[in-house]
Design a protein around this ligand. Sequence first.
Ligand code: BES
Ligand code: ZN
Ligand code: ZN
Length: 482
Amino acid sequence: MNLSLASEWKKRDLDGLLIPMYEEELSFEGLDIPMEQLLETKRFEGKVGSQYTVTRIEDGNFVNMVLLGLGKRGDIGYRKLLNVLADGFRTLKKQKVKKGAILFVGGSVVANDTYVKAAVEATIMGDYLFDEFKSKEEEEAEELSFAIVVEQPDRYASVFEEAEILATANLVARDLVNQPANVINSVTLAQRVEELGEENGFEVDIKGLEEIQALQMEAFLSVARASDIEPRLIVMRYKGDPDNEEILGYVGKGLTYDAGGLSIKSTTNMVTMKDDMGGSAAVIGAMCAIAEAKLKRNVVAVVAACENMISGSSYRPGDIIDSMGGKSIYIGNTDAEGRLTLIDAMHYIVTEENVTKVLDIATLTGAALHCTGNAASVAIGTDDQFYDDVNEAFYLSGEQIWRMPIFDEYKELIKHEEADLTNTAGKPGTITAGLFIGEFNGGLPWVHIDIAGTIWSTKEEGVLSKGGTGVAVRPLYYLAKA
Ligand code: BES
Ligand code: ZN
Ligand code: ZN
């Protein structure tokens, strides 16, 4: 898609128009649509998310005008706005429009930074479809061009640019998640990150098996051992403010496939487990945006990438293993592998990369779906200020997050009589899994985010496509920017 800002639209022989309107404020200059009639006959009242298509013939050509309701003036939040705009954009695409525009002029909805930003993000994200493995009958002849029409395009150049960076980074993450595990594994993921570092301007340091062994990452290595593909420790560094000692640390779960190990998953639960590197996709996407936007901030991200498979060298339920941080761990279930890879990545980032705050993000527990379903990512944290910053970052991007409590009772549950810790602490599973990782945060301000419920969409809806959602990419950018 060719997306641009423009001021005039009448002379551009457009074949599709998206015309946002507030509820009961149906007016538009320059197109003689009898708006009062629409209202009187209740065909279209501008209710939030409603659409009404009027087609007319101009110089022998079809022009589809999709009226798009934004609800009562002042009511719509950023999350809803994104989804309503994306759905409107998709309607035009389904109508096979090739030269479209959204009009923030002439009607009740007049351009501002928020609308322009939402229009850019909604169209780029709404345009995404993962179909690269399907044979194409023929190449589409004409590329879709889409204009965001505003009074003064120059005023919105930087808003446009930032929104484009963010939406593109979100799609980088969707693509990484959607690639099947026979394509994206620990080795190819590391290669892809090297390319992305090169393209966007962050440093990438890949550590192979021998270096991981030298670092004594025993927990990570135990999980990785059964796979024929070697693990990789992927370190990404962006120093936008080198004189500042503050470094924000991001750790992302990077299981390129999770079969469950000897505690094997059912086929139904296993089939989507290419998405178990969604946490790493989030931090990789965020690093792309942070570096591309040249934020004045230092950020280091670490991913311990491997697969959780089955072979004669699998780690076993009942094993007691070591970890880089020196704590011993009882293995109650080999399917609780994410936390084992994460604690070594966490210990590494805290001790070797000197971060001053740390956030980890992971498709960690099925129990996260029992907390908030697909509607929100689930979090715990030890530092109210840092959590508030994370919360604000999610809000800015239109994504939802919900904080769970850390009661003293839960802290007892991760202990074990034969080892320092157990990887199967029981209920509440999302909180105890997070607390297990928190044992290795070096006492720094820390937030843990579980995205098992939000990494994947079963529907094409609003800005989401089927499959990977790119969750948390834009929030992690805003957190770095704050
Ligand atoms: N990768 C899964 C969690 C998951 C579930 C992600 C559903 C996305 C969708 C994780 O490694 C896992 O298997 N967790 C277990 C932990 C249990 C064995 C303590 C779970 O949640 O059942
Ligand atoms: Zn698992
Ligand atoms: Zn997993």
